[in-house]
Design a binder for this molecule. Sequence first.
Ligand code: PLP
Length: 358
Amino acid sequence: MATKREAIIRDEIRALAAYHVPDSSGMVKLDAMENPYDLPADVRRKIAELVANAQINRYPDAAASALKARLRETLDLPQESELILGNGSDEIIQMLMMATAKPGAKVLSVEPTFVMFRMIASYCRMDYVSVPLQADFSLDAERMLLAIAEHRPALVFIAYPNNPTGNLFDADTIARIVRAAPGLVVVDEAYHAFAGRTFMNRLGEFDNLVVMRTLSKSGLAGLRLGLLAGARDWLAEIDKVRLPYNVGVLTQLVAEEALQHRSLLDEQAAAIRAERTRLSDELRGTRGTTVYPSDANFILFRIAGAPRVFAALKARGVLVKNLHGSHPALDGCLRVTVGTPGENDRFLAALRESLTLN
Ligand SMILES: *Cc1c(COP(=O)(O)O)cnc(C)c1O
């Protein structure tokens, strides 16, 4: 049977390790950049009512017109921009790659960055080129421009802020990259709610720029809704590879309702930003740690004995992300998502205990 599988499954797929989601039941879950806050009871009741009356026997609105209109309002989209929705922004990355994956076509990004850029490039048989970030995790402008000239990538992905490093790259350098790129440049603004900086209002400046957002990091990870904004002509082509009903009835209804409470989501993001400052300060005061500045809802830090600290945190019921071993630039690094004040306190207490035991 193994031989049959080897003959059938593509080599690059057999070589992949499946995306691993650890069991987190009963844990303080600070590993996946989720918003820790619930919606208030009255909003949840409204959602329950919408779901009760939803026509789940029918296919969803394939154009998701009502939701798109709501998104246009809440996101301050430029009038002339088009919008594509995805089942999470992961699906949008996949659409972009499926539409551009000519034989030999390349995707360019940085390293370390969001792992799905490389993974999905592999699913779509695109060549993936990555340019190392500098030691402080800033963009290496010269190497990026050289790589663009050499590889002529169909797609360039820039996470702004970057995951897992948490920082915003220099906006002028990104603009130079967009001007130099022969193909599309995707600015992935998954953490926009915590950064306050955007390329959305610069879409009109460049015809090869597209901006991607997601509701996942702002309190609606369970819904799976991502979006891409950009020039009509480009998006009309990308939209052809979108599966017709990729955003379900329930996601459309619930997202539309949740977005009516934009101010609640904004308040939650503000609370997370305030906690980010407190958590960074506390971590900075912890012996043997280097804390990287964050414009996102997580903090990257380097700590002596990271794998042991990770295990000790886990043994105390706190799940963070262990990045040690994932990339040489991340040796000794852990990434903690900013939780509620109580969750952050539990994390800090568990961290202190783990360190005194060492
Ligand atoms: C989390 C994340 C995404 C994926 O978001 P979904 O919309 O949940 O698929 C995309 N880009 C970056 C940089 C992320 O960190």
